[in-house]
Design a binder for this molecule. Sequence first.
Ligand code: PAF
Length: 285
Amino acid sequence: MKVITSIREMTRFSENLRCQGRTIAFVPTMGYLHEGHLALMAEGKTKADHLVVSIFVNPAQFGPSEDFSTYPRAMEQDLEQCRTIGADTVFTPDSDIYPAGFQTYVELEKLPLHLCGLSRPVFFKGVATVVTKLFNIVNPHFALFGEKDYQQLAIIRQLVIDLNFDITVVGVPIVREPDGLAKSSRNKYLTQKERPHALLLYRSIQAAEKMVKDGEIDAQKIVDAATEILLSCPDITVDYVSICDPVTLDGVTSIQGKVLMAVAVWLGKTRLIDNRMLVVPHTPE
Ligand code: PAF
């Protein structure tokens, strides 16, 4: 497995692969890899001849009061996991990504005005900017992102269309712990006491799913029921419970066809998110 730290070398290396007619799958990460990332990599390997994984904790996507300095880092362990899964190249750029004088950002107009974008105002500007830069550097044929960060995935899909990237964006389903908690690097922050309460996110989504299956179409009633489940734990603060259009992320009042249910909470000091598509059961004619 090749490890590249220089932007120039990564660009040349990709150009070379393309000249040889090889295809590139790309998994951008902030490291502290878990099974969710490994699922992206495994999927990437099925899509292309060469798998590039980037590891870069992107300062631009953290707000001033967020956890950039304490975000978990484990480079040696991450490299070992990449090696084991069979990544071909790991790109670990340093601060050259944002050289002195940097001032060009990528910002979407509408998609960030929902869900996580409301409480994390700089987050998607930072994500869109770094992903654009990484796409320019790595120049992949395929890029893989987890459906757990559903809004991020929607934003990248839009960015690829808007900025004419010739890249196929692939969404990979959420990987869960055996009890249902969505895998996340931030799960590491949960204390032993908090860990069982983290399951309430999944429970609230399962309850919503059952309500839809039983015929409920009033989105507010489902949001209220899910919120009540989350608030049954006094250590949880709800950021949002949303039922929305899966493409525009605009809220819906009545559930028809396929809608996205997304939740975000603070459990103590840890922010957790989860989501699932709610599908109205087919009504027999
Ligand atoms: O999902 C992440 O880990 C990050 O937001 C990403 C896409 C690697 C950009 O820094």
